[in-house]
Design a protein around this ligand. Structure first.
Ligand code: NAD
Length: 217
């Protein structure tokens, strides 16, 4: 396994999918999985699977495939999933509540340790058993707890100021759900999530299939 290899971003984005499928295979009692089966379950072709996994693993056994336990562990190591990452979530609204309530993130090493909001009616309440704190305390608490990941689920107009506070407190990775392009220093990684972008590909697909739309264009 190579810990410090630089791998292409699309590969990096597929590795967690393989990890999830491998965990499911292991839970189903399987010991080995072939690249074609892993590809079928992940939605990628087997040549792609082999190419991706070659970046981090050379343990496939001809005729048997990948040993699930070892490959799962190797992927978890590579992706840093064995290290629990403490995160602060800012924006205890509908999306924030959904993220804070999803227990599946724990399997990916994510531990939301603090939740912040600016609404006086929410501050002092709880979100999935975590106290909701005033966003005014974000910098201080994030710094004191050594929090390195921030999750932003505030309205777009508030997101940059929240990101700035996170960065000033030492946050190095931001999972941003607000529809805005955040400006951050080079050493901070922002991952933007946009469900609408995925929806657009489905809408486009349906439009392409629709003979009436096509005839009019
Ligand atoms: P919401 O109104 O339910 O929640 C927003 C929360 O942020 C509220 O609790 C509000 O009090 C709090 N807030 C506002 N300003 C703040 C500030 N300066 N500091 C701290 N807290 C502050 O909204 P929602 O539906 O949960 O959406 C939240 C964000 O996520 C929005 O930006 C929305 O556009 C975005 N969103 C993105 C996706 C996606 O696909 N990425 C999907 C849904 C929503």
């Amino acid at each position: 396994m190579a810990g410090l290899v630089s791998i292409p971003k699309p590969t990096l984005e597929r590795l967690p999918v393989y990890y999830r499928v491998l965990v499911q295979c292991r839970e189903a009692g399987m010991q080995y999985v072939s690249s074609s089966e892993l590809g079928r379950r992940s939605g990628f072709d087997n040549a792609q699977v082999r190419k991706d996994l070659n970046h981090i693993w050379s343990g496939g056994r001809p005729g048997l495939g990948y040993e699930i336990d070892k490959l799962t562990s190797c992927l978890a190591d590579f992706l840093g999933l064995h290290n629990t990452t403490d995160a602060a979530l800012v924006g205890a609204g509908r999306l924030g509540a959904a993220l804070a309530g999803y227990q599946g993130f724990a399997g990916y090493g994510l531990n939301i340790v603090a939740v912040f909001d600016s609404d006086p009616e929410k501050i002092g309440g709880t979100l999935s058993e975590r106290p909701i704190l005033s966003v005014d305390k974000l910098a201080d608490i994030a710094e004191r707890l050594g929090i390195r990941m921030g999750i932003i689920t505030v309205p777009a107009k508030a997101a940059q100021a929240v990101a700035d506070t996170m960065v000033s407190a030492g946050v190095q990775a931001i999972w941003n759900f607000a529809p805005v392009c955040l400006q951050v220093p080079k050493n901070v990684l922002v991952r933007n999530e946009d469900l609408a972008a995925g929806l657009a590909t489905l809408s486009y697909h349906l439009k392409e299939l629709d003979p009436l739309t096509n005839a009019m264009s």
